[in-house]
Design a protein around this ligand. Structure first.
Ligand SMILES: [Zn+2]
Length: 156
């Protein structure tokens, strides 16, 4: 099963095979052309609306916390649904690709080449160099300097 996010729907490129979106993604489809595209696939049965269970959502939330990616509730639901059904996420969003990759969920990018590295967002103090996880406070607890968001990478 392919699970499409909003960026994949906007590209209007439908993978060959059973496709699904979540209600949160459906809610994000606002422009008329994308809405018509979705509605025609829903009535043709080539696309279904399906939601993940709470356990899969929690798994994605935990991985998102570790990676520090900034994901919406809709993004989380897409990865969780693919995780639950051993499906493939279709997305052009680097954050969604990153968290999916870290969880061993396969993904396809529709327009771009997609991510080449897996990243972890952290925060770093420009004053004393101490690093913090991405959800840390705004200022360094040692020297009080404002923290900056930084990226650590490894190859896929
Ligand atoms: Zn500091």
């Amino acid at each position: 099963m392919y699970v499409l996010d909003t960026s994949a729907l906007l590209s209007r490129h439908m993978p060959d095979g059973p496709c699904a979106i979540t209600h949160l993604v459906l809610d994000e489809v606002r422009d008329e052309r994308s809405h018509d595209f979705v509605t025609s696939h829903l009535s043709a049965g080539t696309l279904v609306v399906c939601d993940p269970g709470p356990e899969a959502i929690e798994r994605v939330r935990n991985e998102k916390r570790r990676s520090g990616d900034d994901l919406s509730e809709a993004d989380i639901s897409v990865i969780a649904l693919a995780y639950e059904h051993d499906g493939t996420v279709c997305t052009d969003d680097y954050g969604v690709q990153n968290v999916a990759e870290r969880m061993g969920v396969s993904w396809l990018s529709t327009k771009t080449r997609g991510i080449q590295t897996v990243v972890t967002w952290k925060k770093r103090c420009p004053g004393c160099g101490r690093t913090y996880d991405s959800e840390s406070d705004y200022v360094c607890e040692i020297c009080g300097t404002q923290l900056k968001r930084i990226l650590t990478k490894r190859r896929r």
